[in-house]
Ligand binder design. Structure first.
Ligand code: NDP
Length: 285
């Protein structure tokens, strides 16, 4: 078998085109505030890409770029101002933050209706409870979209997720459970991981271990989603050994061009949803 490649780039482009049409029909432009502290080169590139993508869709996106030594209370004060500004629909704080700032405190300070990353405890709790009001973290939301787009109904499928982070593994486990999958979450202390993945209909690798998942870890016809981004000698590798695994899987995402483009598309979708929620609430209020 040679796997069908799930073209995340194309699927994300189609999603963005649909979003652009919906945004063009709105009376005002949705506004995304991106907060960046410090000068991490990768973070600067990520945020510029998000800004460009938001603007291309007809949104307004400003980057609030603060110096590395910004005190925690100044950052919290900015978030408070953005929370209270009716023109701001979504707030995203770029991680990682400098060490002297508590990211948990900062994430918790973002108004839950503007938490377009979905990392705050309120939205994580709603997702955990399968409440449709949850703002869902962009990467797992994108993965769910790719899975349903490729294999349709997920009910009854056994999914093994490698990684239990708050931004990928845990929210994805809730999402898949809510879609009636049987979910196994593996992590660095898991014993005999290949024995688990060999039983899976769906394997999601989100551990940051370059090309770890091999063909003999899978059952024939599994769907494999590779979240990993590992840069080695200026080349990008996923957590899956793509060339090996594509001989056995039914569907597989490439790196780059799989999950990555979906993450930005879903972030913008969350910003659009936040705009709609806030404007409906304003009308009601
Ligand atoms: P974290 O480092 O926060 O979490 C990694 C997880 O993988 C942890 O739960 C860890 O276990 C587990 N793990 C590490 N090594 C192993 C191993 N050998 N076997 C099994 N489990 C292991 O990473 P993130 O969740 O933030 O990101 C994961 C990967 O996805 C990274 O490569 C990141 O760059 C990428 N990424 C890609 C995105 C995209 O848009 N494409 C978005 C976000 C992330 P433990 O909990 O025990 O430490």
């Amino acid at each position: 078998m040679t796997a069908t490649i799930i073209d995340g780039k194309l699927i994300a482009e189609n999603l963005r085109n649909l979003l652009a049409e919906k945004i063009a029909a709105l009376p005002n432009k949705p506004y995304l505030a991106v907060v960046l502290v410090g000068n991490d080169p990768a973070s600067i590139i990520y945020d510029r890409n998000k800004q460009k993508a938001a603007q291309a869709l007809g949104m307004v996106c400003d980057i609030y770029h603060l110096p590395e030594e910004t005190p925690e209370e100044d950052l919290l004060e900015l978030i408070g101002r953005l929370n209270n500004d009716r023109n701001v629909n979504g707030i995203l704080v770029q991680m990682p933050l400098p060490k002297h700032i508590s990211s948990a405190k900062v994430i918790e300070a973002i108004a839950h209706e503007k938490d377009v990353d979905g990392f705050g405890p309120y939205n994580a709790g709603l997702l955990h409870e399968n409440d449709p009001r949850a703002m869902i973290a962009a990467t797992p939301k994108g993965i769910l979209y790719l899975l349903e787009h490729s294999i349709g109904d997920l009910s009854g499928k056994h999914a093994v997720i490698i990684g239990r982070s708050n931004i990928v593994g845990r929210p994805l486990a809730s999402l898949l459970l809510n879609r009636h999958c049987t979910v196994t979450v593996a992590h660095s202390k898991t014993v005999d991981l290949p024995k688990l993945t060999q039983q899976a209909d769906i394997v999601v690798a989100a551990c940051g271990c370059s090309q770890m998942v091999k063909k003999d870890w899978l059952k024939e016809g599994a769907t494999v989603i590779d979240v990993g981004i590992n840069r080695i000698d200026n080349k990008l590798f996923g957590d899956v050994d793509f060339d090996d695994v594509k001989e056995k899987a039914a569907f597989i995402t490439p790196v780059p061009g799989g999950v990555g483009p979906m993450t930005i598309a879903m972030l913008l979708d969350n910003t659009y949803q936040a705009y709609l929620n806030q404007n409906n609430n304003l009308k009601k209020g």
